[in-house]
Design a binder for this molecule. Structure first.
Ligand SMILES: NC(=O)c1ccc[n+]([C@@H]2O[C@H](COP(=O)([O-])OP(=O)(O)OC[C@H]3O[C@@H](n4cnc5c(N)ncnc54)[C@H](O)[C@@H]3O)[C@@H](O)[C@H]2O)c1
Length: 313
C-alpha cells in the first residue's frame, strides 16, 4: 500500500515517512522546501529516506502540482505540509499562511474527492483551542484561536470535515500539542534554547516562565499517526498530547541538567498569539486509537540535545 506524506522534509513529516517505510509501506513524499527555515536542514532530515528504494521525493508545491503525479495508487494520505509558527503569522505574512494552510489543503481535498482513499490524516494543532474555556482541552469543546496561524489550522480542519460530510473523503484530524525532539523546527523554543546553550549565549524567553505546555515527544506523535491509520474513526478529531503538563521554567532546569550549564535568561514580554496554558484531554485517543504516550520529558530532551549538537557542531 502506498502512502503520501505532504511536508515530508519537515520535522514531523520526515520522521513519519521513516516509520511508514519500517511498517512496510511505500512512501511518496511531497515538499516544496519553503524558506521558513534553511533548506540544508530539511535536506538533512531526508538523509535516511533518500537512500531507500521505497521512498520517492517529489519537490513541488501543493498549490501548483498536477495531482495525478502523486495520487495514483495512494491509499493513505498524511497531510502535514503547512506554514507553521504562531508568532510569524501576523501582518503581511498572513497571506503565506492562507496559501500553504488553507488554499493548499482545499486543493488537495478537491483532488482526493472521488478517489479510493483509505484514510486522509490531517495534522491539526492545539492552537485551534486558543482561549478555549475548557481545561484540559477536549475535542468537542469550544475552539477560539488567538493567532492567525490557529485560524488557518482551524479553517483547514473544517475544510477536511466538510469534504468528509459532502464527498466521503475519509478524513481524521489529529490536533498535535507542542511537539519536540530531534529535527524540531528552528523557530521552536526548545531548539532555540539548546542552540543558545551550545553557543553559550543568552536565552530569550517570552513570558515569565510559568506558562505551561503539554509537550509531546516526536515518537508519540508518530505512533499516534500510525494508530490513526490503523484504528482511527473517519470524520473524527483527536487530541494528541504528551499526557502531562510542564512549566517552561522546569524545562529550562532540565536543559541545565542535560547540558551541564547554567542558563542565562533574558525575560521578554509575552508574544501576541501565544496561549498561556495548554493541556490535552487524550481520553478519546486512548479509547479509540489505543494511544498511550510513553515518552519522558528528560529523556526526550536528551535526544534533542544530541541532535542539536550534531546539527551545529
Ligand atoms: N511542530 C509542532 O509542534 C506542531 C504542533 C501542532 C501542529 N503541527 C502541524 O504539523 C505539521 C508539520 O509541522 P512541522 O513542525 O513538521 O513543520 P515543518 O515546517 O518542519 O514542516 C512542514 C513542511 O511543509 C512544507 N510545505 C509547506 N507548504 C507546502 C506546500 N504548499 N506544498 C508542499 N510542501 C509545503 C515545508 O517546506 C516544510 O518542509 C504542520 O501542519 C503543523 O501545522 C506541528
Amino acid at each position: 500500500m502506498k502512502c503520501l506524506v505532504t511536508g515530508v522534509a519537515g520535522f514531523i513529516g520526515s520522521h513519519l515517512a521513516e516509520r511508514l517505510l519500517q511498517e512496510g509501506y511505500e512512501v511518496i513524499g511531497l515538499d516544496c522546501f519553503t524558506d521558513f527555515y534553511p533548506r540544508w536542514i530539511k535536506k538533512r532530515n531526508l538523509t535516511f529516506l533518500e537512500s531507500k528504494p521505497h521512498f520517492q521525493l517529489v519537490e513541488n508545491d501543493l498549490n501548483q502540482i498536477n495531482f495525478n503525479e502523486i495520487l495514483d495508487g495512494v491509499g493513505f494520505i498524511f497531510h502535514l505540509a503547512a506554514q507553521a509558527g504562531v508568532r510569524t503569522s501576523w501582518g503581511e505574512n498572513f497571506s503565506e499562511y492562507v496559501k500553504h494552510n488553507v488554499l493548499a489543503t482545499q486543493k488537495l481535498l478537491e483532488a482526493v474527492k472521488g478517489r479510493k482513499i483509505e484514510k486522509f490524516i490531517f495534522a491539526s494543532s492545539s492552537s485551534v483551542y486558543g482561549l478555549s474555556s475548557t481545561f484540559p482541552m477536549v475535542e468537542n469543546g469550544p475552539v477560539q484561536p488567538i493567532s492567525p496561524y490557529g485560524v488557518t489550522k482551524l479553517a483547514a480542519e473544517q475544510l477536511c470535515f466538510l469534504y468528509f460530510k459532502n464527498y466521503n473523503v475519509p478524513i481524521i484530524s489529529l490536533r498535535f500539542f507542542t511537539v519536540y525532539g530531534p529535527r524540531q523546527r528552528p523557530d521552536m523554543a526548545f531548539h532555540k534554547f539548546f542552540v543558545a546553550f551550545l553557543k553559550k549565549e543568552i536565552i530569550p524567553v517570552y513570558g515569565d516562565g510559568h506558562q505551561t505546555r503539554d509537550f509531546t515527544y516526536i515518537d508519540d506523535i508518530i505512533e499516534a499517526n500510525i494508530l490513526a491509520l490503523k484504528r482511527g474513526r473517519v470524520g473524527e478529531v483527536y487530541n494528541i498530547g504528551g499526557g502531562h503538563r510542564k512549566e517552561l521554567s522546569e524545562v529550562i532546569e532540565l536543559m541545565e541538567k542535560i547540558t551541564g550549564q547554567k542558563a542565562r535568561i533574558r525575560w521578554l514580554d509575552p508574544q501576541k498569539g501565544d496561549v498561556v496554558h495548554t493541556l490535552a484531554s487524550i481520553e478519546k485517543a486512548k479509547l479509540d486509537l489505543g494511544y498511550n504516550p510513553r515518552s519522558d520529558l528528560e529523556n526526550g530532551l536528551r535526544q534533542q540535545w544530541l541532535w542539536i549538537k550534531q546539527l551545529y557542531e
